[in-house]
Design a protein around this ligand. Structure first.
Ligand SMILES: NC(=O)c1ccc[n+]([C@@H]2O[C@H](COP(=O)([O-])OP(=O)(O)OC[C@H]3O[C@@H](n4cnc5c(N)ncnc54)[C@H](OP(=O)(O)O)[C@@H]3O)[C@@H](O)[C@H]2O)c1
Length: 347
């Protein structure tokens, strides 16, 4: 891959792109005959040893809940080790409300700029666009499949037909396996059946990790976890400065389940509320960063994987460029004080 514009490199450097991301970008710029970077996700090994940062379980292994320490994000490697044994990038791209062409363009630029995590779902109607962006990036030598981490979700209407829903997502994405599939929403009565379909797909290697979304009480999470075999690797809930999800995050520690926030910036059409919060603005001025960067850095330091949605490549680059500064404990405390238990969505 040698066609990357020099302008992009200069923008990366000027924005202080994290070292891991910058190295990926530089690797992509270099002529290559073989994949040059270590895969974000290790290939499935044959070992049945306890998962470590460098070894993943076999596809049929049902992992025990791992110690809480594995759910801690690493700002050095820009990844987190899931209780499934796979590493997951901690900052990526959300695709909610992105049209087909916007989604393809955004996902491609994420990969171009060194990002590796893409969140989609069948109900957004853009899984195929994500697949096309991935194929283009692979064809151009920017990345290998193993370096990319794709999350998709099973929609509630599909819960009674989970096996086919998984096949259909694989088909639309054009992938042989999905890194992480999560149930889109709690739905007592059919979500256990749906989760069991995902467990079967872990057994056949079609899904690598599985988890949940929109489970908002410990009791609801326990209900699902107690009725199934594989501990959820991740929970994705609406989470931002005004709804920090502390109770759920504390509850997940015992499972080694990591936490991911949707609406990390407040959601499309509502971002100015958080961007203009005076605490955010003052911290942004102190670091010479944008409000979006401060909020996303807060997410990571607070232990939340973040998937900001964007249709704008400049924003995507900006959102990845949050590894050259650190929020102090005092700044984290001030941001934590913004908690109001207030959601932007009633979904
Ligand atoms: N599990 C669920 O039920 C669920 C529900 C909702 C969302 N999600 C997932 O979570 C992801 C994130 O949520 P979201 O996309 O709805 O909301 P969001 O990430 O909180 O906000 C997206 C908005 O932020 C803007 N933005 C992004 N980066 C920016 C930057 N650097 N500067 C200024 N504006 C910026 C985007 O505008 P531009 O397009 O102009 O950049 C867009 O308007 C979704 O995309 C989706 O993948 C999951």
């Amino acid at each position: 891959m040698s066609k990357l514009p020099r302008r992009d490199f200069l923008r990366l450097a000027a924005l202080g792109m994290g070292s891991v991301v910058l190295n990926r970008f530089l690797a992509a710029c270099a002529p290559r005959t073989t994949p040059s970077a270590a895969p974000t996700n290790p290939p499935l090994p044959t070992s049945t040893s306890v998962p470590t940062a460098t070894s993943a379980p076999t596809a049929t292994q049902s992992p025990e809940p791992t110690p809480a320490s594995t759910s801690h994000l690493s700002l050095e490697t820009e990844t987190v080790l899931l209780n499934s044994g796979y590493n997951m990038p901690i900052i990526g791209l959300g695709t909610f409300r992105l049209s087909d062409s916007q989604c393809e363009n955004s996902a491609y630029h994420l990969l171009l700029y060194g990002g590796r995590l893409i969140d989609t779902t069948r109900i957004y109607g853009n899984e195929a666009a994500v697949g096309r962006a991935i194929q283009r990036a692979i064809d151009e030598g920017l990345v290998t499949r193993e370096e990319i981490f794709v999350t998709t979700k099973m929609w509630t209407a599909d819960f009674n037909d989970g096996d086919n829903a998984i096949e259909a997502s694989l088909e639309r994405l054009g992938l042989d396996y999905i890194d992480l599939m999560i149930l889109h929403h709690s739905q007592p009565g059919s979500d256990v059946e749906a989760y069991q379909a995902m467990e079967r797909a872990v057994g056949t290697g079609k899904l690598r990790s599985i988890g949940l979304s929109n489970f908002y009480t410990p009791e609801d999470f326990d209900r699902l976890a107690n009725a199934t075999t594989i501990t959820p690797a991740l929970l994705q809930n609406e989470t931002h400065l005004y709804h920090q999800s502390m109770q759920m995050k504390d509850h997940l520690e015992q499972y080694g389940t990591v936490f991911e926030g949707w609406y990390p910036l407040g959601g499309r059409g509502q971002t100015q509320i958080l961007f203009n919060d005076e605490t955010v603005v003052s911290i942004a001025e102190a670091h010479d960063k944008t409000s979006a960067q401060i909020i996303l850095r807060w997410h990571l330091q607070a232990g939340n994987i973040a998937i900001p949605g964007s249709s704008n490549p400049d924003h995507i680059l900006e959102n990845l460029s949050i590894f050259d500064f650190e929020l102090s404990q005092d700044e984290m405390d001030r941001l934590t004080m913004l908690e109001r238990n207030e959601r932007f969505s009633d979904y």
